[in-house]
Design a binder for this molecule. Structure first.
Ligand code: ZN
Length: 51
């Protein structure tokens, strides 16, 4: 896998470092996942490919 960025809080992976930072910031202050950000994660993208 090429360079990916991980949210330290929820563990989702992002291609874009900005998305990972946004996710980490959101997760650590809200203790939930922001769906808008989570849909940009690699996990969400791969899930979408299956359907
Ligand atoms: Zn997160």
């Amino acid at each position: 896998m090429k360079d990916v960025f991980t949210c330290d809080v929820c563990g989702l992976h992002y291609v874009n470092v900005k998305d990972a930072e946004e996710c980490t910031k959101w997760c650590s202050s809200h203790n939930t996942c922001n769906l808008d950000i989570a849909t940009r994660s690699i996990e969400a993208r791969e899930n979408r490919k299956k359907y």
